[in-house]
Design a protein around this ligand. Structure first.
Ligand SMILES: NC(=O)c1ccc[n+]([C@@H]2O[C@H](COP(=O)([O-])OP(=O)(O)OC[C@H]3O[C@@H](n4cnc5c(N)ncnc54)[C@H](OP(=O)(O)O)[C@@H]3O)[C@@H](O)[C@H]2O)c1
Length: 275
């Protein structure tokens, strides 16, 4: 017997079809689902965490700047709490709905430590949606790149992702409810532009764990993500934060996709980007 499945055009009998942004996430139920984002800065990382918090999900945010993360975690907690209350659920006041964890992608032990700390912080919840948003972008002419630069770039985009993927997939394997592993990529995932050699060499990782009920998707961003630095570079007024998660909505969409029609790789670019 050949093991194939079909792309469904109609929902199973009686199953509700939720409009985008309103369905539950693939994996554990909302009140026991943890969304983990590694590589959280004021740009895409925080925006990804925010779209999930706005749906009432518990978020764990990871990067090196713990103090900055702590402030954002408080905001994410408030947002998630408001959403749950709006839906008639009353989360316990002493149980945080978002926490910050210090983690340096270049130190494997800190990734292990942060993942363990997440499980310890919410012993009755399960890791369900994981976003790997970290990368270290090193630019420069190929012949001028010192070895330690390529080492760091590869360590951030390949070794750290490998560890993050192993730990998160193991957690999902253990609870057996599935989940999503969403990996942020860039144009360099598929083609290295001039001056981006270290970055390109380190990208392009996406694996399918479909049989274990885990959705792994690779999102290639082909363009400049709006940030203070990007706006300054373009000579536009600088703003610290995304307003409404325009870009991050794609992460939510992926984590909500029905198992019968999963996206494994997609690219996103502004309408006016050349490609
Ligand atoms: N920005 C763009 O134009 C652009 C374009 C295409 C693709 N991307 C992709 O988008 C992702 C980043 O999004 P973003 O640019 O908007 O950045 P962001 O989410 O605002 O910030 C990423 C954060 O990663 C953290 N980080 C850096 N090195 C780290 C390390 N060694 N260990 C742990 N965390 C570390 C930094 O926080 P700490 O300093 O606190 O550690 C940084 O603020 C990357 O995967 C990148 O390849 C970005």
């Amino acid at each position: 017997m050949v093991n194939i499945s079909t792309l469904k055009t109609t929902p199973a009998a009686h199953a509700p079809v939720h409009p985008l942004g309103y369905g539950p996430l693939h994996g554990p139920r909302r009140n026991e689902h943890i969304v983990v984002v590694l590589g959280v800065g004021p740009g895409l990382g925080l925006s990804i965490a925010s779209v999930f918090a706005a749906q009432g999900y518990t978020t764990a945010i990871l990067s090196r700047s713990k103090e900055r993360l702590d402030q954002w975690a408080q905001e994410l907690d408030t947002v998630a709490r408001a959403r749950l209350e709006q839906d008639g659920e009353c989360p316990a006041k002493d149980e945080p709905l978002s926490l910050a964890f210090a983690c340096d992608m270049l130190e494997q032990s800190t990734i292990h430590g942060a993942m363990q700390a997440i499980q310890n912080a919410w012993p009755k919840r399960y890791i369900g949606t994981c976003a790997y948003n970290g990368s270290i972008r090193k630019r420069g002419p190929f012949l001028d790149i010192p070895f330690h630069k390529i080492e760091e770039s590869v360590a951030a985009s390949i070794f750290a992702f490998f560890t993050f993927a192993q730990l998160t997939l193991r957690a999902m394997d253990k609870h057996g409810m599935g989940g999503s592993l969403l990996v942020t990529g860039a144009s360099s995932s598929t083609r290295g532009a001039e001056g981006f050699a270290p970055f390109a060499a380190a990208k392009s990782i996406a694996r399918e764990f479909g049989e274990k009920n885990v959705h792994v998707a690779h999102i290639i961003i082909d363009g400049l993500v709006e940030s203070k630095t990007a706006l300054q570079y373009l000579g536009l007024p600088a703003d610290e934060r995304f307003e409404d998660g325009v870009l991050a909505k794609t992460w939510l969409f992926l984590a909500q996709q029905d198992q019968s029609a999963w996206t494994f790789e997609l690219d996103i670019r502004p309408a006016k980007e050349k490609f």
